[in-house]
Design a protein around this ligand. Sequence first.
Ligand code: CA
Ligand code: CA
Ligand code: CA
Length: 118
Amino acid sequence: MGRPSTLAATKPYEDLFYQSDVSNDTFLSRTECRNLWAIFDADKNNYISKIEFELKWTFLDLDHKEHAPIFFEELDKNFNKEIDSAEVQQICFFFDDDGDGFISKFEYDYNWKAFFSA
Ligand SMILES: [Ca+2]
Ligand SMILES: [Ca+2]
Ligand SMILES: [Ca+2]
């Protein structure tokens, strides 16, 4: 992955945040948040399938791998077995607690742990 050694102590879900924060201001804009979830869309068809989600979750070494299918079901609001751009927008909106259009690292940590816990 070529991860800088200074980030060696960060957890995989945090790496995902920093990797997606291309403006490097410790906030995810809506675009950066969408791009974070686009990482999961392996075939780039704008939909995240359950298989894509599970494989990427495992590949990224994110926590609670055995629950990845459940996390997928929670994100797939209309239960059509795909996470589409509207559903990604909902995730990004959910993570932005103060509604300022940006997900701070605090908001990210707080919501990630709440949402993706066993
Ligand atoms: Ca896809
Ligand atoms: Ca869906
Ligand atoms: Ca915010």
